[in-house]
Design a protein around this ligand. Structure first.
Ligand SMILES: C[S@@+](CC[C@H](N)C(=O)[O-])C[C@H]1O[C@@H](n2cnc3c(N)ncnc32)[C@H](O)[C@@H]1O
Length: 180
């Protein structure tokens, strides 16, 4: 009995890992940014550093299966929006939301370039260097002064954004502020 429970546990773990690898490969064939997750340890350091307030609106652009959105919603009182183009990943996020109806979160199944970000206070991103180049113009034109832009793993280089802090973890988390 115990053996079959352990076997079932490892089978579920194995299927989960295979699914993650397949989704990462599939999203990578569709866009510049394959699905991968930010390290939770880095997110913990982020919320210790950033003073996130109740009236803040946070966007996770390319929210994957929603892990950053759920983490921020569980640890702050801000309003959080996840934008994800990949339909299965969006549906996984929506499914997880069913079990957390109390959280102030919303998921949008859309290309992030079609979303107006002018009401954002904080933008969370985990892009590739190529995707950051593509988003350059949008972020420079659309984000209001003082908006915080967080870039996990790869830096975002723009003269209109000042690097205000770096968090070291498995990768680096770069925190920028939009200049006036
Ligand atoms: C590296 S994952 C990051 C997931 C999550 N934000 C995190 O940090 O754990 C990037 C996600 O962006 C999504 N994505 C890529 N291009 C996109 C676009 N143009 N619009 C919306 N989502 C996009 C991918 O499908 C993928 O799920």
């Amino acid at each position: 009995m115990l053996l079959s429970i352990i076997q079932l546990f490892f089978l579920i773990l194995f299927i989960r890992q295979i699914t993650i690898v397949l989704i990462a490969w599939w999203t990578g064939t569709q866009s510049d940014v394959p699905f991968q997750s930010t390290k939770k340890s880095a997110l913990k350091k982020l919320i210790n550093y950033l003073e996130i307030k109740q009236n803040h609106k946070i966007y996770d652009l390319g929210s994957g299966s929603g892990q950053v959105v759920f983490f921020l919603a569980n640890n702050t009182t801000a309003k959080i929006v996840g934008v994800e183009r990949n339909r299965p990943l969006y549906l996984i996020s929506q499914f997880k939301k069913l079990f957390n109806p109390q959280l102030k979160i919303k998921f949008i199944n859309q290309d992030l370039f079609k979303i107006n970000l002018s009401d954002a206070d904080i933008i969370y991103t985990y892009f590739s260097p190529r995707a950051y180049k593509k988003a350059h113009q949008k972020f420079e034109q659309e984000l209001k002064p003082n908006t915080i832009l967080i870039a996990w793993r790869y830096p975002f280089n723009s003269s209109k954004f000042k690097l205000i802090h770096q968090i070291k973890d498995r990768h680096t988390m770069y925190i920028y502020q939009k200049q006036r």
